[in-house]
Design a binder for this molecule. Structure first.
Ligand SMILES: [Zn+2]
Ligand SMILES: [Zn+2]
Length: 169
């Protein structure tokens, strides 16, 4: 959830990633660590191209293909979480040492709110007992309208269209 990664966390995730790459016999390249750092130094959710263009803006020479395949590796080793909000392409967020959270997604402007409620953990424990499962992970997205006309651009556009229609008639 929204708060910056400390240097300590960044060095921990780098160690974890290095061990993972070694274990899986993937190449250990500085570019892969740049992608990891970019994600851990940013807040929130981004798609792969947003990460790529952000790095490019910062004069990084990391290729688009490297960003994409590094993201796959980071998801595979559990350091980054892949989320699907609505019909859009996948977005990514940090997963290590950040509070487990769920999402509320606006279907008009794609605003995303993160929330954390301990009752979800209680449901998980109850379901484990009830169904004899060991639950490792979960994903919960609520979809709806954000009801904020100022931040909800799509709605604002619709309102303006409606108003111009009315004045034209
Ligand atoms: Zn999130
Ligand atoms: Zn909205």
């Amino acid at each position: 959830m929204a708060n910056r990664a400390t240097e300590e966390i960044i060095s921990e995730v780098k160690d974890l990633f290095r061990n993972y790459l070694k274990e899986k016999k993937h190449r250990i390249t500085p570019e892969r660590f740049m992608v990891l750092e970019e994600i851990y130094r940013s807040d929130g959710h981004f798609d792969a191209d947003e990460i790529y263009f952000k790095m490019k803006d910062n004069k990084s020479r990391v290729s688009r293909a490297t960003v994409y395949n590094t993201l796959d590796l980071l998801v595979d080793c559990g350091l980054v979480q892949r989320q699907q909000f609505g019909k859009n392409q996948s977005v990514y967020e940090r997963a290590y040492s950040f509070q487990q959270h769920d999402h509320i997604i606006c279907q008009h402007c794609e605003a995303v709110v993160e929330f954390c409620d301990p009752r979800i953990h209680e449901i998980q424990q109850m379901m484990e007992k009830l169904h004899g499962f060991k639950i490792n992970d979960h994903s919960l997205h609520f979809y709806g309208d954000c009801k904020n006309p100022d931040t909800c651009e799509r709605k604002k556009e619709m309102k303006i269209k409606k108003m111009t229609k009315l004045t034209m008639n």
